[in-house]
Write a protein that binds this ligand. Structure first.
Ligand SMILES: C[S@@+](CC[C@H](N)C(=O)[O-])C[C@H]1O[C@@H](n2cnc3c(N)ncnc32)[C@H](O)[C@@H]1O
Length: 289
């Protein structure tokens, strides 16, 4: 262990952040490499007397930070960790880094069903790191869920994240193309959620380097108009949802109206666009009849 004065560490931190990057990414770096939690890191500036104990020297930390800044390498992939709601999740470059705006999906579900409501059966299509399903299953031990993904390796990481965050057994994982692994649960779901790949092809080509060069294409690209997967999920949803079951989708910032029309065409009711924290119509929800 190396011991350095907190004041020296804080001035080094200031220098690193002045080169670019954000506080959140910096906090991920310090947590994963030094084991110093974000709250402990934040409290250093309140009480800056004394020493800090680090298991890596500042030169090493700086080299990792520079790799993140100058090669646009997402810090979550370098550290293989993402923080999402109150979860600490493993992510590799096979898995989309769960986004802060997606956290709202969980709140939308709780707004519709209430927290800790009685039994409920949900499906999440395209679970990635497992973030959404794990958050729902952990908060509601009476709920049962199935999380799917097309990529077996991705699903292994989601399952690992679930085991690492819980001793519960109310979430299962199934591999396959959208609804196909759920054939035996037709008409059984109270709720289905998906944050599918929805980026239109021309937008995908222009994504920032840190996304396009590092995150899995299969998790982002939604075909020519971005709606390829959303269309398929909506069209097949009526066979899998119970009557009055809900479908909650994340979509691209400008797809809300189109997604609403698709839901209407497929006999959904109570259709609504829900804004994210930036006021963008990020989610579209509807109820099957
Ligand atoms: C935008 S990511 C969402 C990941 C995670 N749910 C989240 O919100 O962070 C989309 C996910 O859908 C999966 N996926 C892509 N095509 C699929 C398909 N045809 N069937 C099932 N899953 C698919 C990808 O592997 C990826 O994990």
């Amino acid at each position: 262990m190396l011991s350095i004065p907190i004041k020296e560490f804080l001035s080094w931190k200031k220098k690193q952040l002045s080169k670019g990057g954000d506080q959140q990414a910096f906090a991920v770096l310090i947590d994963c490499i030094c084991g110093i939690s974000t709250s402990d890191l934040n409290s250093l500036s309140i009480n800056s007397e004394g020493n800090l104990y680090l298991n890596k020297n500042l030169d090493f930390l700086e080299s990792v930070w520079d790799d993140h800044l100058f090669k646009s390498h997402p810090i979550q992939y370098i550290c293989e960790i993402a923080f999402w709601r109150n979860l600490k999740l493993k992510v590799t470059n096979k898995v989309l880094i769960p986004r802060p705006e997606t956290e709202l999906i969980v709140d939308i579900v709780f707004k519709i069903f209430g927290k800790k409501s009685q039994k409920l059966f949900f499906a999440e299509l395209g679970t990635g790191s497992g973030a959404i399903s794990i958050a729902l299953a952990l908060e509601n031990p009476l709920w049962d869920g199935i999380a799917t993904d097309i990529d077996e390796d991705v699903l292994k990481i989601a399952a690992e994240n679930y085991t690492n965050s819980s001793k519960q057994s109310n979430l299962k994982f199934c591999c396959g193309d959208w609804w196909s692994p759920l054939e035996s649960f037709k008409g059984k779901f109270d709720l289905a959620i998906s944050n599918p790949p929805y980026i239109p092809k021309d937008t995908y080509e222009r994504l920032p380097k840190e996304v396009k060069n590092f995150e899995p294409k299969i998790a982002l690209l939604g075909g020519e108009d971005g709606l390829k997967h959303i269309r398929e999920i909506i069209q097949k949803a009526p066979s899998f949802l119970k009557e009055k079951g809900w479908l909650i989708l994340e979509n691209h910032f400008d797809q809300g109206e189109k997604v609403k029309k698709l839901l209407l065409k497929n006999k959904f009711t109570s259709i609504e666009t829900v804004n994210d924290f930036s006021g963008i119509g990020r989610f579209t929800i509807g109820r099957y009849k």
